[in-house]
Design a protein around this ligand. Structure first.
Ligand SMILES: Cc1cc2nc3c(=O)[nH]c(=O)nc-3n(C[C@H](O)[C@H](O)[C@H](O)COP(=O)(O)OP(=O)(O)OC[C@H]3O[C@@H](n4cnc5c(N)ncnc54)[C@H](O)[C@@H]3O)c2cc1C
Length: 759
């Protein structure tokens, strides 16, 4: 994440990571607007590039070649990336409503969410047809279809409904790929039978006659049965019927027609066209809300409705980026002028393409190669990214016009940061931010946030002892809500690892200065995330302190309760020779986030790492105890080796780690192999002195990860060997799916070094 150099005064929120928004992100990366914060909310980290999808289906490209990594692109642009589904907009409060996270305020909003199939309009289609849209879900549906066709014995009949460019291209690409798949399995490719349904007499109705004829010939040569004037009106299990009475029994029915606007747009009050798309002016502003823009398939130009094609979505990116900027700068907006005709290169699946522009027609393998070159060059602009700090000067100080009260706040925010002052966040801001956050109430919290005083007062029940722990760290991700959750989870980990039950927490946070409304929202998002996790753990937030600082940071002092009689159960020093070593979560957060900062990690690796960090260790502890665990600790900053040594030393034992058995987060081996390691790694590597056979292990891909510092890591426990397999199976059933036996505890040997690596 990048630390802003000026206080944040305005929020631009982008909904969806379609073809226009990736262009907007790139534009803001090249030309940041100081004081403006960009946030993109999208359901999918890998956003597809439609131009290459047919080539992916045909098997010419792999998944990564046809997807833009939105998380990485956002990081490059200095934008926040929130993976979530937008379900509504509260235009009065100027907030975006998300499925899982708190509402997100905006000053200017842009929507680029593509289109949604309107399957409900055709009887049975929703239940029995496979829609290509939304395009983001297409990959999983395509892979499932691929698997079904491979497994299907005998003839497979596939019906494609919709004979526009998308339908025709998709039919030919699927046929090419599936024939190859069957041939590779030693089966007869002619077992595949394709039917294409066109509601009109002509296929490709928006293209010239020569293009249509060429595709008709290709379809005939490839023995695709074309059904003209056959609008499909009824779909059932394994069959469809057209309005003209034609029927077909089909194993798969692929739907490439009748897309409309997302249903949730209807409740926004934005002006929509007949298909539910957002009506926009030539500035791409909504017809009835100048603070909301729309682009791509989900936008409908009032004066000139356009074909739903990725090419327009791509072209809208520039005017959209300019207009988002100019809206904040209060400057006149730019008009988007769509081209009258455009070049379409439509492929036939077999590395051959047909060109269409107005009356122009051409075909050839060279056209496919040309298209391939154009598409790859386009994708390189989004996927081959160099961190801006290395190749760009700092952003120009553009002044976003503010009203007088805001101006005063902005000036004082700058003054505070320059003075390095760790001043408290204002009481009004704090109380407003915390007003809608509800920590759980507990009977043993005598004085807490519900009746605030100078300090919280807690009761310790008779027979219980207090377990204390504190943790604090800087945000490593530009998402206060998610960071709040992970910070709370990380802090609770120590209490769980001791076998304690969390009772209360006090928070300490630093918030970057800015306009009061921005600070308030950051505090709210941060604490909403944290309190959700604390509440779930039964831990009452009883107080805290919030100051201003350059970087977002959060920590907790946590009290837990433990039955005094159980105190010896989960100490670090209880390991016994013969025990098995069990690790409940994969490792690799240190190297992955170091790589993320350098734009070297795939977004989906970071998604998976964040999910792992959000998983609480709470449910693992009783399971470990039930299987006779003799010692336990949670993995954090010292890495696996450091924390293991903290256990072997007081236990008076040696241990063996099986490097091949270590569960690794996706991508961690790759980023570590690339030499990208956390800044804490060198300090941890000093512990290599504890390894008996370190030189032999140096080349092993998992070796660097022994030292990788973890955030909200899993539990490392020793369990009697006889119970280890059952314990691992039980932990996996509880949701710790990557739990692994990673080694064993040995009697203390002659060697000074206590740890042996199995290679
Ligand atoms: C098989 C096929 C082939 C095609 N080939 C071509 C081609 O060669 N050339 C061409 O120009 N066009 C082609 N098209 C058309 C093209 O796919 C669309 O026009 C294009 O994808 C529209 O782009 P977009 O930017 O509007 O939205 P999309 O590309 O659909 O992107 C929408 C984004 O919004 C996100 N999103 C959606 N809903 C939400 C939500 N509620 N909250 C958060 N995020 C959300 C999605 O995850 C996605 O990232 C093809 C279509 C098909 C079906």
């Amino acid at each position: 994440m990048q630390v802003p150099t000026t206080p944040i005064v305005r929020d631009i929120v982008l909904i969806g990571g379609g073809h226009s928004h990736v262009g907007v992100l790139r534009s803001f990366a090249m030309q940041p607007l100081a004081g403006a914060r960009l946030t993109v909310v999208c359901t999918d980290t890998d956003t597809p590039y439609s131009g290459m999808l047919p080539g992916y289906i045909a098997g010419h490209y792999d998944f990564d070649a046809v997807h833009i990594d939105l998380r990485r692109l956002a990081e490059f642009a200095g934008a926040r990336y929130f993976r979530d589904e937008v379900v509504g907009i509260d235009r009065d409060a100027r907030k975006v409503l998300c499925r899982t996270r708190p509402a997100l305020p905006y000053d200017v909003l842009s929507i680029n969410i593509g289109s949604t199939p309107q399957l409900a309009r055709v009887h049975g289609a929703a239940e029995h047809a496979l829609p290509v849209k939304p395009i983001r879900r297409f990959n999983e549906r395509w892979l499932a279809l691929l698997a079904r066709v491979r497994a299907h014995a005998g003839v497979t009949t596939i019906a494609v409904v919709g004979a526009g460019a998308g339908g025709v291209e998709l039919t030919l690409a699927m046929q090419y790929r599936l024939r190859g798949e069957l041939a590779a399995l030693g089966r007869d490719p002619d077992e595949l039978c394709f039917h294409l349904f066109s509601a009109e007499e002509n296929i490709l109705p928006t293209h010239n006659v020569a293009v249509r004829r060429a595709f008709e010939r290709v379809l005939a040569e490839r023995r695709v049965v074309l059904h003209r004037g056959a609008e499909v009106v009824d779909v059932g299990a394994g069959r469809l019927q057209a309005r003209n009475g034609e029927t077909l029994a089909a194993d798969e029915i692929v739907w490439v027609t009748q897309a409309g606007g997302a249903p949730w747009l209807r409740d926004t009050g934005l002006a929509l066209d007949g298909q539910g798309f957002i009506r926009v002016r030539d500035t791409l502003q909504s017809e009835n809300d100048p603070l909301i823009f729309a682009a791509g398939d989900c936008a409908s130009l009032i004066d000139r409705p356009l074909e739903k094609a990725g090419v327009f979505a791509v072209r809208m990116a520039r005017p959209l980026a300019v207009n988002l900027r100019r809206t904040l700068l209060r400057q006149p907006l730019l008009a988007y002028r769509p081209q009258r005709s455009w070049l379409a290169l439509i492929s036939t699946g077999d590395r051959h393409a047909i060109a269409s522009r107005g009356w122009l027609f051409a075909r050839g393998d060279w056209l496919w190669r040309w298209k391939d070159w154009i598409d790859r060059r386009f994708m390189r602009r989004f996927n081959e990214l160099v961190p801006m700090a290395e190749n760009a000067a700092s952003p120009p100080a553009v002044a976003i016009p503010l009203d007088d009260a805001e101006q005063t706040q902005a000036i004082s925010a700058i003054a505070m940061r320059c003075g390095g002052c760790g001043a408290k966040v204002g009481a009004t801001v704090l109380s407003r931010a915390l007003a809608s956050i509800h920590p759980i109430e507990r009977d043993d919290v005598l004085i807490g946030l519900h009746a605030p005083d100078d300090a919280a007062v807690l009761r310790v029940p008779v027979g219980s002892a207090l377990v204390h722990s504190v943790d604090f760290f800087r945000a490593f991700i530009d998402d206060p809500w998610l960071f709040g959750q992970i910070a709370a989870n990380h802090a609770l980990g120590d209490i769980f690892a001791m076998g304690g039950a969390p009772q209360s927490a006090t928070a300490i946070a630093t918030i970057p200065p800015g306009l009061e409304s921005k600070v308030e929202d950051t505090v709210f998002q941060l604490m909403a995330g944290a309190v959700a996790v604390l509440n779930e753990a039964g831990c009452a937030l009883v107080g805290g302190h919030t100051g201003e600082g350059r970087e977002l940071a959060l920590g907790f002092a946590i009290n837990g309760l433990i039955d005094e009689r159980l105190l010896s159960v989960l100490r670090k020093g209880g390991m016994r020779p013969g025990d098995a070593l069990i690790l409940t979560k994969p490792i690799g957060t240190g190297t992955l986030f170091a790589a993320h900062a350098r734009l070297q990690a795939r977004g989906r690796w970071i998604d998976a790492a964040l999910e792992s960090m959000q998983q609480s260790n709470r449910r693992a502890v009783p399971c470990l105890i039930a299987h006779g665990a003799t010692a336990c600790t949670d993995l954090t900053g010292f890495g696996l080796l450091g924390h293991l040594l903290e256990m072997t030393r007081p236990s008076g034992v040696d241990a063996e780690i099986d490097l091949a058995a270590l569960p690794l987060l996706d991508g961690a081996a790759e980023t570590a192999a690339a030499g990208i390691l956390s800044s804490l790694q060198p300090a941890n590597v000093r512990l290599r002195r504890a390894l008996q056979n370190q030189p032999e292990a140096l080349q092993h891909p998992s070796y660097p990860l022994l030292f990788d510092p973890q955030t909200a890591g899993g539990l490392l426990a020793s369990v009697p060997a006889a119970h280890a397999a059952d314990c691992i199976a039980a932990l996996r059933r509880l949701g710790y799916t990557r739990t692994a036996g990673i080694g064993r505890v040995l009697p203390a040997g002659e060697a000074i070094e206590p740890i042996r690596l199995r290679i």
